[in-house]
Design a protein around this ligand. Structure first.
Ligand SMILES: Cc1cc2nc3c(=O)[nH]c(=O)nc-3n(C[C@H](O)[C@H](O)[C@H](O)COP(=O)(O)OP(=O)(O)OC[C@H]3O[C@@H](n4cnc5c(N)ncnc54)[C@H](O)[C@@H]3O)c2cc1C
Length: 431
């Protein structure tokens, strides 16, 4: 192994692999370091992989990548203790090329994806932990690993080391994240025969469905649960911000057990066998929590830079796209032979001009609003359920009278002014 590379990428998740792939494809000498036994072995995701950003790296990847199902239906459940208000969209245009998104199992996908970077010429080393960045005269010049004689050098080091990013912290790019900036999520993979999945989710062939669940799934706390279909298994998970979990004294595995036995969920899982249990943090601080992303000889991508849109559960696509933008900036820096912060700041500019920062900026107040005003999940979701129950129960009451009764019960429970304030506040947070 040469001692000096053009680029060292730390972490072979979607962000690091995307960056390594683009750099290697453009002739740079790339070392990709992964601490896991293989890429994906330690990685956790609910499972929705987005076509658009993946396709920009590997055209028509769906013809060969290890994918589970193309998602043709997205459902949203507002769940109360024994009921659910459901809405969503199912469209056959998502069932054929070029598709919209797919469910995946990360242990398989990440391995395949990293192999694509290797095919372009990147050198992948597994089972190696980067313990620190080597800094000289204020410039990152390489990394120290846990291998004997494990120092390696490069013009640029890419921090793609995920949500905790101890390396970003070492460089002073960010502090320890606050409990309201990260969500703790637990999930389980439950094996179930394909026919049962298709019957229960009203699916045909290899078509997939995703369900995002709000309200009682987190006992009214800020967070969501999900239930996604794979070929022969389901991914079910639930998470809330760490701050909500601490405040409400919740235990994540209790929440998952509660969700699995909920009357709306239990029949979907009936007879399934638990195959895997996983827990992971999600960076959910949004726009204001994004740290410094470029320094002298270093850039930060993906979860390490807090690039997750929690409202739309987009993370893997932002990781890949930021990896690609970082690679393009590194290629330009190489042409200039200038790896200073000023030179690598073209990555920062591209990132802030992209859909990633535009979307994070759009929702910059959302999490804060919904955590500060818990009535949205705690009160309005049960109210919606009660209203629907009242409206659709046929009991001889004229429908206009029912409408009036529903409006009266909502405004008398919270007060008309408060309801108007809540609606305005929610609109402002997501507009
Ligand atoms: C439960 C859950 C559900 C989610 N669902 C979705 C979803 O449905 N769709 C979606 O798009 N996103 C989802 N996300 C978010 C998504 O998983 C992340 O945004 C994405 O994985 C970020 O990619 P990354 O490459 O930045 O980080 P990671 O995928 O975390 O990869 C970081 C890599 O770095 C390695 N590493 C870390 N430190 C070191 C070190 N010091 N030395 C060497 N290697 C190191 C790790 O082993 C890992 O392979 C979910 C996340 C969770 C936790």
């Amino acid at each position: 192994m040469p001692e000096k590379f053009d680029v060292i990428v730390v972490g072979a998740g979607p962000a690091g692999t995307a960056c390594a792939l683009v750099c290697a494809k453009n002739g740079l000498n790339v070392l990709l370091i992964e601490r896991g036994e293989y890429p994906g072995s330690k990685n956790v995701m609910g499972g929705v992989l987005y076509r658009k950003q993946t396709e920009e790296l590997i055209p028509e990847f769906w013809k060969e990548a290890p994918l589970e199902r193309p998602v043709v239906e997205q459902r949203f459940w507002m769940m109360d203790k024994e009921s659910v208000v459901s809405f969503g969209y199912k469209g056959m245009e998502w069932a054929s090329e070029p598709f919209n998104n797919f469910t995946v199992l990360r242990a398989q996908f990440d391995q395949w994806f990293a192999q694509k970077a290797v095919e372009q010429g990147a050198l992948l080393i597994n089972e190696t932990v980067v313990t620190e960045c080597i800094v000289e005269n204020g410039k990152v010049i390489g990394v120290r690993t846990d291998r004997p004689d494990g120092d390696v050098y490069a013009d640029v080091v890419v921090l793609a080391d995920g949500v905790n990013s101890l390396l970003g912290k070492q460089l002073g790019f960010h502090k320890e994240f606050r409990p309201d900036e990260v969500a703790l999520t637990v999930m389980e993979v439950i094996n179930l025969p394909k026919e049962k999945i298709n019957d229960r989710f009203n699916l045909e062939g290899n078509h997939g469905c995703t369900i995002e669940i709000f309200g009682d799934s987190t006992k009214g706390n800020l967070g969501t649960a999900f239930l996604y279909t794979n070929k022969e298994s389901l991914n079910i998970g639930v998470g809330t911000t760490l701050s909500s979990m601490i405040k409400a004294k919740l235990k994540p595995y209790d929440l998952l057990d509660y969700l699995k036995t909920h009357p709306m969920v239990r029949p979907m899982l009936e007879g399934g066998e638990s195959a895997e249990y996983l827990a992971h943090l999600i960076p959910e601080g949004g726009f204001r929590s994004v740290p410094k992303v470029a320094g002298n000889g270093v850039v930060v991508v993906g979860d390490a830079a807090q690039l997750v849109n929690a409202i739309h559960r987009e993370g893997s696509n932002m990781a890949m796209y930021s990896g690609k933008l970082a690679a393009e900036a590194i290629i330009e820096a190489k042409a200039r032979n200038n790896f200073s912060e000023a030179s690598l700041n073209s990555y920062r500019e591209a990132l802030y001009g992209s859909f990633i920062m535009k979307d994070l900026e759009k929702y910059k107040d959302a999490a804060h609003t919904f955590e500060k005003y818990p009535q949205y999940f705690k009160e309005y979701v049960p109210m919606m359920n009660q209203a629907m129950s009242k409206f659709f129960t046929v009991d001889g009451t004229p429908k206009r009278d029912k409408q009036k009764e529903i409006m009266k019960s909502i405004t008398s429970e919270r007060g008309t002014l408060k309801v108007l304030q809540d609606v305005y506040r929610a609109w402002k947070a997501v507009k």
